[in-house]
Design a protein around this ligand. Structure first.
Ligand SMILES: Nc1nc2c(c(=O)[nH]1)N[C@H]1C(S)=C(S)[C@@H](COP(=O)(O)OP(=O)(O)OC[C@H]3O[C@@H](n4cnc5c(=O)[nH]c(N)nc54)[C@H](O)[C@@H]3O)O[C@H]1N2
Ligand SMILES: Nc1nc2c(c(=O)[nH]1)N[C@H]1C(S)=C(S)[C@@H](COP(=O)(O)OP(=O)(O)OC[C@H]3O[C@@H](n4cnc5c(=O)[nH]c(N)nc54)[C@H](O)[C@@H]3O)O[C@H]1N2
Ligand code: SF4
Ligand SMILES: [Mo]
Length: 689
């Protein structure tokens, strides 16, 4: 069976072979398949992904909660009940009283249709998705600085050719493991590798220089790097004057800063800042990568802008071996943010508040532009509206918000208080457990559709096995549901390809232009990079060779302030807690915990802490500890390691319940992109007894 991994943004292609055993049972074995991104590699998650697709815990039939327990119902009954209950809420409280919450694992076709469904079937402005927690800071920074947001501006094959790599808050070794060979190859070629992370990781293991930054102070560190770059006269004046605007103000502001202050704020020695800046500045070519470590902060957008300032000042973009990568997270984290699941967005990266964009999409959908709602609020703000009672009905597709939102105590209260909750999932996730109706959906092995990987390459994943039980594709039941709102004619699709044909037209002329991409082409070629405006266009591999995507062709630099962490420590909460990922688990673990081979690799949540911190708070290695923040308390097992800053704790995000790190996290939102301040909370730690 030929398929594609459902997990991270690399989207490795694979074959899953069925091997009959003498006992009559079948063993499955996954092997990587040659393709341009992973080059045939597969990490441990991909190797074992089929275990969850074949799990006995799959939801196989629609379920309805009756007297507190789920009972099996038919699809007809489920769809009718959803239409009736949601319509009743809307009649009574207005159209916006129903919200829609999507995800970055959905195919482009399902994500596109979910946006269309929200706007023209439900007619609600409230739709957002988990990518808000994932890509919003880097995506909005790319849009502002370059005029376009596409994860990598270069091909992956540029990585081994670059002279200097700056990896900021990104742990490729655990999060995109099959890309590591590109970085290892760079290392072999003599590339100088700088990693910025508060702790040692599989990625920092290959660094020539590791800047152990204090969580939440990345913007200041980037300003420090820029300051040294300018002092050393390593900026590219010609590039700055011909291809950018805004440098003068940035230069003025950075010159006024003192490196000593930056060093005190970030915890990175001045000499190390100097060394990193000079290495990047002097290198003939260089690339900068950022991920959630720097982005999931109340100033995530500006922290990324600060690194883009540095890169633009160095003139290291738009040519071979030079560029920027916002390392996208989810399988379709890229495509999922282009076609209208976002509160302010229409397909093709169009904007719902832009009159021309509204006209265009209304034309494609055959409606009057006045019928389209305006923009709604971000994912966490939707959760707040469930608490305030403004949102009374919610449809969740491809996310587990009760585990993945910040400050989940409040989210639980909100979801429990809803009049009606529908969750479409393969499993009874923690969120699905709360639902009134659960819809069984197909897994990656059963569902044909396109996904756009971190390179901006659109890939076709074809179904490899039939749907189990009565599971349906997300887009399929959306079409059934739309018919109940009298919109059947606008949702008349018999297969995914037909939706893609409409998406092509809807994205045509937009920033994320897929018009030139067809299923036939995707079958013939190894995926196509957008923008691809016509069928004879080869797709765009390296961006910005000639100009940036703003109308004047220039990139924007902008002054960035040095901010302290979003929540500072004090006597009661003396440590900074950050969080992230482990290799064997994926996000809230709903899928990876149902894969025995993966579940066994990490069975419970941990807190990484430095030996001297452990001593200070009387914590033995391997014992249960209580971690408290101003929002809540979690109980996890201690893991003492010298690899982490003394003032910092690290807790993975893959567990719910009492082990959930999001009981602690801070819902402070970035003003530009509404990204929550996931990556830094002031906490206290003590033995649990
Ligand atoms: N195994 C695995 N792989 C995954 C996923 C998964 O759940 N599991 N999820 C996928 C998804 S959706 C995403 S978004 C990506 C995420 O990919 P990454 O962003 O690479 O993953 P994280 O572990 O969240 O964070 C990266 C690093 O940031 C560091 N960090 C924490 N705070 C700070 C800070 O203030 N500043 C800096 N500079 N660094 C900091 C952490 O120590 C961590 O090593 O991974 C994708 N791949
Ligand atoms: N503290 C902390 N919190 C974080 C983060 C962090 O770094 N730290 N990272 C954030 C990031 S980057 C992300 S991306 C979010 C992700 O967090 P979530 O959105 O909760 O992501 P998942 O755990 O993947 O949940 C996806 C759910 O959808 C189901 N699913 C998978 N594929 C499909 C499909 O095709 N259709 C349907 N209908 N369902 C499907 C899965 O079974 C699972 O239950 O978490 C965020 N939360
Ligand atoms: S998790 Fe990512 S790197 Fe691992 S096999 Fe899947 S797509 Fe590839
Ligand atoms: Mo993500």
């Amino acid at each position: 069976m030929s398929t594609q991994c459902p997990f991270c943004s690399v989207q490795c292609k694979m074959n899953v072979a069925e091997e009959p055993l003498p006992s009559g049972r079948v063993r499955y074995r996954a092997e990587g398949k040659m393709n341009a991104a992973s080059e045939g590699r597969l990490c441990v998650k991909g190797q074992n992904a089929h275990q969850h697709a074949m799990s006995r815990e799959r939801v196989l039939y629609p379920l309805a909660k009756k007297n507190g327990a789920f009972v099996r119902i038919g699809w007809e009954e489920a769809v009718a009940a959803i239409a009736e209950r949601m319509s009743a809420i809307q009649r009574e409280r207005g159209r916006d009283a129903v919200g829609v919450y999507g995800g970055g694992s959905l195919t482009n076709e399902s994500a596109y249709l979910l946006g269309k469904f929200a706007r023209i079937a439900l007619g609600t402005k409230h739709i957002d998705y988990n990518g808000r927690f994932c890509m919003s800071a880097a995506a909005s920074a790319g849009v502002k600085a370059f005029g376009i947001d596409r994860g990598l501006t270069n091909k992956l094959s540029d990585i081994p050719e670059t002279d200097c790599l700056l990896l900021v808050g990104t742990n490729i070794a655990e999060c995109q493991p099959t890309l590591m060979p590109y970085f290892n190859k760079a290392k072999e070629n003599g590339t100088f590798i700088i990693v910025v992370d508060p702790r040692e990781t599989g990625t920092s293991a290959i660094a020539d220089l590791h800047l152990k930054v204090r969580p939440g102070t990345d913007a200041a560190l980037a300003n420090g790097l820029l300051k040294v770059l300018l002092e050393e006269r390593l900026e590219n004046r010609r590039f700055l004057s011909e291809r950018t605007t805004g440098f003068a103000e940035v230069e003025r502001q950075v010159k006024e800063m003192r490196l000593e202050d930056i060093s005190n704020l970030t915890g990175v020695p001045e000499a190390a800042i100097r060394k990193a800046a000079i290495a990047y500045g002097r290198a003939g070519t260089g690339m900068v990568f950022t991920a959630r470590g720097i982005e999931q902060h109340r100033d995530g957008h500006m922290a990324v802008r600060a690194y883009l300032n540095l890169m633009l000042a160095a003139g290291k973009i738009g040519r071979r071996g030079c560029g920027y990568g916002a390392v996208t997270g989810q399988g379709n984290g890229q495509g999922g943010r282009e076609h209208g699941q976002k509160a302010d967005q229409l397909p093709g990266y169009r904007l719902i508040e832009n009159p021309e964009d509204r006209e265009y999409i209304a034309g494609v959908w055959g409606i009057d532009a006045a019928e389209l709602p305006g923009k709604g609020v971000s994912a966490y703000e939707m959760m707040e509206l469930t608490v305030s009672g403004d949102i009374r009905g919610l449809l969740v597709m491809g996310s587990n918000p009760i585990v993945s939102n910040p400050n989940v105590g409040l989210v639980e209260e909100g979801l429990k208080s809803l009049e009606f909750l529908v969750v479409a999932d393969m499993f009874l996730s923690e969120t699905a457990e709360l639902a009134d109706i659960v819809l069984p959906v197909t897994s990656y092995m059963e569902n044909t559709g396109t996904l756009t990987n971190l390179e901006g390459r659109v890939l076709l994943r074809e179904a490899a096995r039939p749907a189990p039980g009565e599971a349906r594709h997300d887009w399929q039941w959306l079409c059934d549901l739309a018919a109940r709102w009298g919109r059947g004619d606008k949702f008349d699709f018999a297969e995914a390809e037909a939706i893609f044909e409409e998406l092509r037209i809807a994205s045509r002329g937009g920033i994320a232009d897929y018009y030139g991409i067809t299923y036939d082409r995707l079958r013939r070629e190894e995926g196509v990079y957008w923008p691809c405006p016509s069928p004879d266009h080869p797709g765009t591999k390296r961006l910005f060779e000639a100009g940036f995507a703003h109308a004047d062709g220039l990139a924007r630099l902008v002054p960035v302030d040095n901010l302290p962490p979003g929540e500072e420590t004090d006597r009661d909460y003396p440590l900074l807690m950050t969080n992230g990922r482990l290799l064997p688990h994926y996000l809230t673990g709903v899928q990876t915990r149902r894969s025995a081979a993966l579940a066994a690799r990490a069975v419970e949540n941990v807190v990484e802490l430095h030996p001297s911190t452990a001593r200070k708070y009387r914590i033995e290695d391997g014992t249960l500890v209580r971690v408290r923040s101003r929002r809540g308390t979690a109980i996890v097992r201690s893991k003492v390691t010298i690899g982490i800053r003394e003032d910092t704790l690290f807790i993975p995000m893959h567990w719910g319940g009492i082990q959930n790190v999001n009981l602690l996290t801070n819902p402070l939102l970035d003003p530009f992109c509404r990204m929550p301040d996931f990556k830094v909370s002031a906490v206290a730690i003590e033995p649990w007894s």
